[in-house]
Design a protein around this ligand. Structure first.
Ligand code: HAM
Length: 418
């Protein structure tokens, strides 16, 4: 019997897996440069954290959670997202009593029982950043700029930024009521009518054309923002522009998690088909209180690693082969293997990426392996070279080959590769 990765999951295999590492590194680098500290939380949490934090009425909580009972009888859930966990950790460790904002970044696996399709997986990877404990439009703008800089550093040209404000606890209730009143007058199916009562904003996000057609004149949050929210949003917009970002105001942008207030945003890539969001986030001023903490206004984002690699592929950016070795050692015979082994170790200690031929496959097989490795140079050692105290350094691009004294080979290769 053989096994396959479960539906909705996949393996990152070399050389493509190198891109996942590159993307994680590039997307987190701007936040690391901006004073965000690394946080790692468990892959599972008390189920209540997500049902209260993410929201009882969201698809994530009602349909997509991997929930199980521990042997001790506790209900646990594989994390579907990172923000609730970060907030839980900050509250648990009492960080809100210190210097604010608390700036944190993370990277890891997340789990949602979604309908599997291209770009939508049941196990996926995010890089996230959160700034907790400050209400300052510059913090919202900072996070958005950091995310945009991360995408740009990967060479991505077609990432668009959508921006919206979802208001606050002062102005949202009146808007919600106005939207509900409008929606109740439409011709909608039973499920959608139920949604009007529980989570009316989600109806705006309905993808069906017959629903969208009826929503043309739906009231928009933008027109119902209170003075404070309006001023806050204007400030965020101005700061984004001042830092050279372009964005599209999208008054219909709705997010799939309940904790958002004020600034919300999404990064979209048009080369990805239906699953076009490569990242998203926003302000969540009420989340701390939702899970039993003090008032702690906060803002953050999570960027999808898997979809960012797909976006790079769509833009033709996965052409070079990352992560390959620079040198490949080919010993011709057992004595040569004994001699070349410590040389390979020495080169690696000097920072050179080296692999060698294993399994005694003969010269032809070994040279084929050298070519396949992507190395620029082969180090070939035969009996005659051993006698001469030298090793052949072959340039695999030009085919040029020179004998280099064993004692000098580390320096010579380092020079060639610098
Ligand atoms: P989210 O929009 O649910 O937000 O996820 C952020 C990103 O993760 C998405 O834009 C997408 O790129 C990726 N993603 C989500 N689900 C999947 C999936 N099933 N397969 C592949 N990629 C996926 C959050 O998770 C919030 N915690 C973001 C946030 C942080 N808000 C404030 N702070």
């Amino acid at each position: 019997m053989t096994f396959q990765a479960p539906k909705g999951t996949f393996d990152w295999m070399p050389p493509r897996s190198e891109w996942a590492l590159i993307v994680r590194d590039a997307l987190s680098a701007p936040a690391r440069r901006a004073g965000y500290g690394y946080i790692e939380t468990p892959a599972f949490e008390d189920t209540g954290l997500f049902s209260r934090g993410v929201g009882e009425s969201t698809d994530i909580v009602t349909k997509e959670m991997y929930t199980f009972e521990s042997k001790g009888g506790q209900s646990l859930t594989l994390r579907p997202e990172g923000t609730a966990s970060v907030m839980r950790a900050v509250l648990e460790h009492g960080l809100y009593g210190g210097a604010l904002p608390i700036k944190l970044w993370y990277s890891g696996s997340y789990f949602r029982y979604e309908k599997a399709q291209a770009g939508r997986y049941r196990h996926f990877s995010q890089v996230g950043a959160e700034a907790l404990g400050a209400e300052d439009p510059a913090l919202d703008a900072e996070l958005i700029v950091l995310a945009a800089d991360g995408y740009a550093s990967l060479g991505l040209k077609n990432v668009r930024l959508l921006l919206n404000s979802l208001g606050c606890k002062e102005c949202r209730p009146a808007y919600r009521a106005a939207l509900q009143e409008f929606l109740r007058g439409l011709d909608l199916d039973e499920d959608t009518r139920k949604r009007i009562e529980i989570n009316p904003l989600r109806v705006l996000d309905d993808k069906r054309p017959e629903v969208q057609a009826q929503l043309v004149n739906a009231p928009l949050m933008t027109d119902h923002l209170c003075g404070a929210c309006k001023a806050y949003h204007e400030e965020v917009r101005g700061l984004l522009t001042s830092a050279g970002l372009t964005y599209t105001d999208d008054p219909r942008l709705v997010r799939g998690l309940d904790y958002y207030t004020r600034t919300t945003f999404e990064f979209i890539h048009d080369g990805l088909g239906a699953q076009s969001a490569v990242g998203g986030g926003g302000r969540y001023d009420g989340l701390s209180e939702m899970i039993g903490g003090p008032a702690l206004p906060s803002v953050g984002w999570a960027l999808g690693v898997d979809r960012t690699v797909l976006a790079m592929e769509a833009e033709g950016l996965l052409t070079e082969r990352p992560g390959h070795v620079e040198v490949f050692a080919v010993p011709l015979g057992e004595e040569a293997r004994r001699r070349i082994f410590p040389l390979v170790a020495e080169l690696r200690r000097n920072g050179v990426a080296v692999d060698m031929a294993f399994g005694g496959r003969g010269v032809k097989g070994a040279m084929k392996a050298a070519d396949r490795s992507g190395a620029r140079y082969a180090l070939i050692l035969g009996d005659r070279d051993i006698e001469a105290g030298a090793v052949q350094v072959k340039d695999l691009t030009t085919g040029d080959q020179t004998a280099v004294p064993l004692a000098e080979v580390v320096d010579v290769l380092k020079g060639k590769l610098s």
